[in-house]
Design a protein around this ligand. Structure first.
Ligand SMILES: Nc1ncnc2c1ncn2[C@@H]1O[C@H](COP(=O)(O)OP(=O)(O)OP(=O)(O)O)[C@@H](O)[C@H]1O
Ligand SMILES: [Mg+2]
Length: 244
């Protein structure tokens, strides 16, 4: 399997605080990786390092065969990697369609017509094309998150990173976002998802990575992780999360 993302002994400090330690990870083409673990364990830091939003300070990160060394490499990597955050980060002063066209125009230098066409294609894919001319505030949280996913897809990324995309949503909106993510997964997208949606993890993940205190404590198949977690820390975490 060709590797889209490789992390080798990656470490990251914020000042004196070691946020990531000795992270080793591979994500192959079409693979779905779910990352979970307690708050503060380094999940966001790890995926922010993958798309160059944070700079790691030891080890190597390789995105699509390129070792990320300079800011320039990080920018290039970011073009291959779509990212969806917990807070949707849409521009409030732009309509949905304009939110989707902006980066295509600025980064991909597309003309208006082709950017518009691509935007509508992905709005349809996340089943929200009828909202194209509204402003973000006029949409529900679940709809805004689907827009954020469509916006990332407009850049034609090789890999999609999700950082707790449903954790700010009301329960009835979580499933509409998970449906879109499931569609994407089934369509063959390479995905790294930080999520505590264990139903999604169990049905869609090829691999589950459990982090604690900046380290990967275990990497397992979903079946093993849920039925037979190896570490005491993962057992405790699962006990807590599955209670809810
Ligand atoms: N910019 C920063 N400056 C200093 N410390 C930071 C910064 N960002 C994160 N940290 C610290 O690094 C650790 C890992 O944070 P991170 O956000 O990666 O955790 P997380 O696993 O995503 O947690 P959560 O589940 O709450 O989102 C935490 O202890 C956090 O306080
Ligand atoms: Mg986080």
């Amino acid at each position: 399997m060709s590797q889209k993302i490789v992390l080798e002994n990656v470490g990251k400090k914020y000042g004196a605080f070691q946020a990531l330690r000795n992270i080793n990870l591979t994500v192959g083409q079409g693979e779905k990786l779910v990352v979970c673990g307690p708050s503060g364990s380094g999940k966001s830091t790890m995926i922010r390092c993958i798309n160059g939003l944070e700079k790691h300070d030891s080890g190597r990160i390789i995105v699509k065969g390129t070792v990320i060394e300079s800011e320039r490499d990080a920018i290039a990597a970011r073009r291959e990697v779509g990212m969806v955050f917990q807070s949707f980060n849409l521009f409030p002063h732009l309509t949905i369609i304009k939110n989707l066209m902006l980066a295509q125009r600025l980064v991909r230098k597309k003309d208006k017509r082709s950017a518009h066409e691509t935007a509508m294609k992905y709005l349809e894919r996340v089943r929200i094309a009828d909202q194209a001319n509204k402003y973000p505030i006029q949409l529900s949280g679940g709809q805004q998150q689907r827009v954020a996913i469509a916006r990332a897809l407009c850049m034609n990324p090789e890999v999609m990173l999700f950082d707790e995309p449903t954790s700010a949503l009301d329960p009835e909106m979580i499933s509409e976002v998970l449906e879109v993510m499931t569609d994407l997964a089934k369509g063959g997208m390479t995905m790294v998802c930080v999520t505590h949606e264990m139903g999604f993890a169990r049905s869609m993940a090829d691999k589950i990575v459990f982090m604690d205190k900046g380290e990967i404590v275990e990497t397992s198949s979903p079946e093993d992780f849920f039925t037979n977690p190896k570490s005491a820390r993962a057992q405790l975490f699962l006990g807590q999360i599955l209670k809810h």
